[in-house]
Design a protein around this ligand. Structure first.
Ligand code: GLN
Length: 188
Protein backbone atom coordinates (compact mmCIF):
# COMPACT_ATOMS: atom_id res chain seq x y z
CA UNK A 1 0.00 0.00 0.00
CA UNK A 2 1.25 3.48 -0.84
CA UNK A 3 1.99 5.59 2.22
CA UNK A 4 1.12 9.21 1.54
CA UNK A 5 2.04 12.01 3.94
CA UNK A 6 -0.42 14.90 4.23
CA UNK A 7 0.96 18.12 5.67
CA UNK A 8 -1.33 18.69 8.65
CA UNK A 9 -0.14 21.98 10.12
CA UNK A 10 -3.09 24.03 8.90
CA UNK A 11 -5.77 24.05 6.22
CA UNK A 12 -7.80 21.40 4.38
CA UNK A 13 -5.81 18.28 5.23
CA UNK A 14 -8.67 16.05 6.48
CA UNK A 15 -10.43 16.26 3.09
CA UNK A 16 -7.25 15.11 1.35
CA UNK A 17 -6.85 12.22 3.80
CA UNK A 18 -10.41 11.05 3.16
CA UNK A 19 -9.92 11.20 -0.59
CA UNK A 20 -6.58 9.38 -0.50
CA UNK A 21 -8.03 6.69 1.78
CA UNK A 22 -11.00 6.22 -0.56
CA UNK A 23 -8.47 5.54 -3.32
CA UNK A 24 -6.73 2.87 -1.27
CA UNK A 25 -3.71 4.82 0.03
CA UNK A 26 -2.46 4.79 3.58
CA UNK A 27 -2.21 8.35 4.94
CA UNK A 28 0.03 9.82 7.61
CA UNK A 29 -0.33 13.32 9.06
CA UNK A 30 2.88 15.34 8.87
CA UNK A 31 3.36 17.65 11.86
CA UNK A 32 7.06 17.30 12.53
CA UNK A 33 10.19 16.35 10.67
CA UNK A 34 10.29 12.70 11.69
CA UNK A 35 6.76 12.13 10.32
CA UNK A 36 8.33 12.33 6.85
CA UNK A 37 10.23 9.06 7.44
CA UNK A 38 9.08 6.26 5.18
CA UNK A 39 6.49 8.14 3.10
CA UNK A 40 6.15 7.36 -0.64
CA UNK A 41 4.57 10.71 -1.50
CA UNK A 42 3.37 13.96 0.04
CA UNK A 43 0.28 16.17 -0.29
CA UNK A 44 0.44 19.89 0.53
CA UNK A 45 -3.15 21.05 1.15
CA UNK A 46 -4.74 24.45 0.71
CA UNK A 47 -4.88 26.91 3.57
CA UNK A 48 -2.81 30.02 4.05
CA UNK A 49 0.61 29.81 2.43
CA UNK A 50 2.20 32.48 4.68
CA UNK A 51 1.13 30.64 7.86
CA UNK A 52 2.08 27.26 6.51
CA UNK A 53 5.42 28.53 5.20
CA UNK A 54 6.27 30.09 8.56
CA UNK A 55 5.38 26.88 10.42
CA UNK A 56 7.47 24.77 8.04
CA UNK A 57 10.47 27.00 8.74
CA UNK A 58 9.93 27.23 12.51
CA UNK A 59 9.56 23.44 12.79
CA UNK A 60 12.76 22.84 10.79
CA UNK A 61 10.88 20.94 8.07
CA UNK A 62 11.44 23.33 5.15
CA UNK A 63 15.04 22.56 4.13
CA UNK A 64 14.96 18.75 4.63
CA UNK A 65 11.66 18.58 2.76
CA UNK A 66 13.04 20.70 -0.10
CA UNK A 67 15.89 18.21 -0.40
CA UNK A 68 13.46 15.25 -0.43
CA UNK A 69 11.47 16.88 -3.24
CA UNK A 70 14.63 17.62 -5.22
CA UNK A 71 15.60 13.97 -4.73
CA UNK A 72 12.33 12.81 -6.31
CA UNK A 73 9.69 12.46 -3.57
CA UNK A 74 6.36 12.78 -5.42
CA UNK A 75 4.42 15.82 -4.20
CA UNK A 76 0.94 17.15 -4.94
CA UNK A 77 0.19 20.73 -3.88
CA UNK A 78 -3.26 22.34 -4.03
CA UNK A 79 -3.80 26.09 -3.83
CA UNK A 80 -1.63 27.26 -0.88
CA UNK A 81 0.35 24.05 -1.54
CA UNK A 82 0.99 25.24 -5.10
CA UNK A 83 2.26 28.55 -3.68
CA UNK A 84 4.66 26.70 -1.33
CA UNK A 85 6.07 24.80 -4.33
CA UNK A 86 6.46 27.81 -6.66
CA UNK A 87 9.92 29.22 -7.29
CA UNK A 88 8.44 32.71 -7.53
CA UNK A 89 5.46 34.37 -5.84
CA UNK A 90 4.14 37.59 -7.37
CA UNK A 91 7.37 37.94 -9.33
CA UNK A 92 9.70 37.58 -6.34
CA UNK A 93 11.93 34.62 -5.46
CA UNK A 94 10.27 32.45 -2.83
CA UNK A 95 12.02 31.22 0.30
CA UNK A 96 9.45 28.45 0.81
CA UNK A 97 10.06 25.10 -0.94
CA UNK A 98 10.55 26.77 -4.34
CA UNK A 99 11.11 23.48 -6.19
CA UNK A 100 8.82 24.07 -9.21
CA UNK A 101 9.90 26.69 -11.81
CA UNK A 102 6.63 28.58 -11.95
CA UNK A 103 5.62 32.10 -10.94
CA UNK A 104 2.30 32.30 -9.08
CA UNK A 105 0.06 35.26 -8.42
CA UNK A 106 -1.58 34.97 -4.98
CA UNK A 107 -5.29 35.74 -4.47
CA UNK A 108 -5.31 36.21 -8.21
CA UNK A 109 -9.10 36.30 -8.53
CA UNK A 110 -9.57 39.01 -5.88
CA UNK A 111 -10.03 38.57 -2.14
CA UNK A 112 -13.77 39.02 -1.76
CA UNK A 113 -15.29 37.37 -4.81
CA UNK A 114 -12.43 35.01 -5.36
CA UNK A 115 -14.30 31.72 -4.93
CA UNK A 116 -16.02 29.94 -7.81
CA UNK A 117 -16.66 26.59 -9.45
CA UNK A 118 -16.09 25.71 -13.07
CA UNK A 119 -15.42 22.72 -15.31
CA UNK A 120 -12.34 22.54 -17.46
CA UNK A 121 -9.97 20.16 -19.23
CA UNK A 122 -7.16 18.57 -17.23
CA UNK A 123 -4.54 17.14 -19.56
CA UNK A 124 -4.41 13.35 -19.29
CA UNK A 125 -7.79 13.11 -17.53
CA UNK A 126 -10.46 15.10 -19.41
CA UNK A 127 -13.08 17.55 -18.18
CA UNK A 128 -13.08 17.93 -14.40
CA UNK A 129 -15.04 20.13 -11.97
CA UNK A 130 -12.76 22.71 -10.33
CA UNK A 131 -13.38 24.62 -7.09
CA UNK A 132 -11.35 27.80 -6.56
CA UNK A 133 -11.07 29.46 -3.12
CA UNK A 134 -9.01 32.67 -3.03
CA UNK A 135 -6.80 30.83 -5.44
CA UNK A 136 -3.53 31.67 -7.12
CA UNK A 137 -2.92 31.18 -10.83
CA UNK A 138 0.36 30.58 -12.60
CA UNK A 139 1.67 33.54 -14.59
CA UNK A 140 4.72 31.86 -16.15
CA UNK A 141 6.39 28.45 -16.33
CA UNK A 142 10.04 27.50 -16.80
CA UNK A 143 11.71 24.74 -18.83
CA UNK A 144 10.40 21.23 -18.26
CA UNK A 145 7.06 22.30 -16.80
CA UNK A 146 4.02 20.68 -18.40
CA UNK A 147 0.88 22.83 -18.31
CA UNK A 148 -1.98 20.57 -17.19
CA UNK A 149 -4.95 22.94 -17.01
CA UNK A 150 -6.07 26.45 -17.93
CA UNK A 151 -9.20 28.39 -17.01
CA UNK A 152 -10.04 31.60 -18.90
CA UNK A 153 -6.56 31.62 -20.40
CA UNK A 154 -4.83 31.39 -17.00
CA UNK A 155 -2.70 28.40 -16.03
CA UNK A 156 -4.15 26.55 -13.03
CA UNK A 157 -2.26 23.26 -13.10
CA UNK A 158 1.36 22.30 -13.76
CA UNK A 159 3.49 19.16 -13.56
CA UNK A 160 7.25 19.21 -13.19
CA UNK A 161 9.01 15.84 -12.89
CA UNK A 162 7.81 14.43 -9.53
CA UNK A 163 5.74 17.52 -8.64
CA UNK A 164 2.12 18.39 -9.38
CA UNK A 165 0.75 21.82 -8.47
CA UNK A 166 -2.84 22.97 -8.99
CA UNK A 167 -4.74 26.13 -8.06
CA UNK A 168 -8.06 24.49 -7.19
CA UNK A 169 -9.46 22.02 -4.61
CA UNK A 170 -10.55 18.58 -5.87
CA UNK A 171 -10.61 17.38 -2.25
CA UNK A 172 -13.43 19.85 -1.57
CA UNK A 173 -15.44 19.34 -4.77
CA UNK A 174 -15.17 15.57 -4.22
CA UNK A 175 -13.45 15.07 -7.58
CA UNK A 176 -11.21 11.99 -7.21
CA UNK A 177 -9.63 11.88 -10.68
CA UNK A 178 -6.66 14.14 -9.98
CA UNK A 179 -5.71 12.35 -6.77
CA UNK A 180 -6.02 9.08 -8.70
CA UNK A 181 -3.81 10.49 -11.48
CA UNK A 182 -1.21 11.50 -8.88
CA UNK A 183 -1.27 8.11 -7.13
CA UNK A 184 -1.22 6.05 -10.34
CA UNK A 185 1.06 8.11 -12.59
CA UNK A 186 3.42 9.82 -10.16
CA UNK A 187 3.77 7.61 -7.07
CA UNK A 188 5.63 4.31 -7.42
N1 GLN B 1 -5.13 32.59 -0.54
C1 GLN B 1 -4.35 31.55 0.05
C2 GLN B 1 -2.86 31.88 0.04
O1 GLN B 1 -2.48 32.82 -0.58
C3 GLN B 1 -4.59 30.23 -0.65
C4 GLN B 1 -6.02 29.84 -0.51
C5 GLN B 1 -6.27 28.38 -0.50
O2 GLN B 1 -5.38 27.55 -0.27
N2 GLN B 1 -7.51 28.01 -0.66
O3 GLN B 1 -2.10 31.22 0.65
Amino acid sequence: MKRVGVLALQGAFIEHEKMLSSLGADTVEIRQLRDLDGIDALVLPGGESTTCGKLLKDLGIMSPLREMLNNGLPVFGTCAGEILLAEKIDGKSSDYLATVPIDVKRNAYGRQLGSFNTVSEFKGIGEVPMTFIRAPYITSVGDGVEIKACVDGKIVGAEYNNELAISFHPEISGETSIHRYFLEKMVR
